[in-house]
Design a protein. Structure first.
Length: 376
């Protein structure tokens, strides 16, 4: 029996020495396994997500421009002001437009007075011509009937004179009878001539009546011309009224003023930019994603947005739209590569994320970091 076997203390100490290496190995192995598991989780998460720090908060920033020429007489808003829909933003000098509108109104009133005068004249001529038309027709008929009667009397007088002339030549009637029938014939001829002249006079009167009817038509055409002028002035008046309305520029929606470009007192022309504003409740995130990761994205995929302005705060978002072309396609200076030297560069495609505004914290232009879940 050895000394170690005889000494229990030495035996226990030896066992402790042999156990220490096994515990260390177990801890090392556990740490390695944990690291491997964490790495696998990290790699899986990384493979299932698309992340980028090239993101910006965006919104529809509306540029308000002038539609009329004039001097700005009122501009009561400045950058940062909250505006309500219908609130007056800018007022442009309205007096020139007001004077033009008053002139057009005066011209329209003058033309309407002329139209009323022509209508009265037309009514008078129509009534006069209408009465004359009935009288002229009756006069013509009467003259024609009288002419027929006189023609019949002339025929009788001529036949009587011819018989008397024959008898007078034979000496069967006295000279006085001959002269009497001759005078009667001449009187009948004169009467027939006057009856024919009466017909011509009646027809001339009828022609005058027809001329009056033509005058009524001429007046009607004059009235139509005046109506056309009134319509043209009415169109000009509406255009001038629109120009007057364009000199009062109101907010189209609730928003925030981003920038004012001009000051009160400056002269603006049609198309001149006056101010910019946007709806703070309608914002989104624009992201440029590498084309190698674009295939992982789907519309509706959830995402998380971190804004540099608010560290530690995360905003929930969702993919709203995937771009249809790479951003390089919209470059102002395209690169056609005429030299033939080619370096492959990974392109980026635009992606839009819908995000819910929170207390108006998100402002257009803010930088953001985005992580999109591509495994959902």
């Amino acid at each position: 029996m050895s000394a170690a076997d005889d000494n229990p203390a030495v035996s226990v100490k030896s066992m402790r020495i042999r156990r220490k290496p096994s515990r260390r190995l177990f801890l090392v192995a556990a740490v390695i396994v944990a690291l491997i598991a964490a790495g696998a989780v990290w790699l899986h998460a990384r493979a299932g997500r698309v992340s980028t720090n090239d993101a910006r908060i965006a919104a529809d920033v509306i540029a308000v421009s002038s539609e009329a020429a004039g001097r700005i007489v009122q501009l009561d808003v400045k950058a940062g002001d909250q505006v309500k829909r219908g609130q007056l933003l800018v007022s442009i000098e309205p007096r020139d437009a007001q004077y033009s509108l008053a002139e057009i109104d005066a011209n329209i009133a003058n033309l309407r007075a002329q139209r009323a005068q022509l209508l009265a004249q037309q009514s008078l001529v129509r009534n006069t011509v209408g009465n004359q038309a009935g009288v002229s027709s009756a006069t013509v008929d009467s003259a024609q009937a009288d002419y027929l009667t006189r023609q019949a009397e002339l025929t009788v007088a001529r036949a009587a004179f011819q018989r008397t002339e024959i008898l007078y030549g034979k000496g069967l009637v006295a000279k006085s009878r001959f002269e009497e029938d001759q005078a009667r014939l001449r009187a009948a001829e004169q009467t027939a001539v006057r009856a024919r002249a009466a017909i011509s006079g009646a027809k001339a009167g009828a022609e005058v009546t027809q001329t009056g009817l033509q005058q009524v038509q001429v007046i009607a055409e004059q009235i139509a011309g005046v109506d056309a002028q009134i319509d043209a002035l009415a169109a000009r008046r509406e255009q001038q009224r629109l120009d007057l309305g364009r000199r009062q520029i109101a907010a189209a929606f609730n928003g925030v003023i981003d920038q004012t470009v001009v000051d009160a007192g400056e002269y603006v022309s049609p198309g001149s930019r006056i101010l910019l504003y946007h709806d703070p409740h309608s914002v989104w995130v624009d992201v440029n994603v590498k084309e190698t990761e674009f295939r992982k994205l789907r519309v509706g995929a959830p995402a998380k947005v971190k804004v540099d302005a608010y560290p530690g705060r995360t905003f929930a978002a969702r993919v709203q739209r995937l771009g249809g072309a790479a951003t390089s396609q919209f470059a102002l200076l395209p690169n056609p590569n005429p030299s033939g030297n080619f370096t492959k560069v990974t392109q980026r495609l635009p992606v839009r994320l819908a995000i819910i505004q929170q207390q108006n914290l998100l402002r257009p232009g803010m930088m953001a970091e985005v992580t999109i879940d591509a495994t959902d």
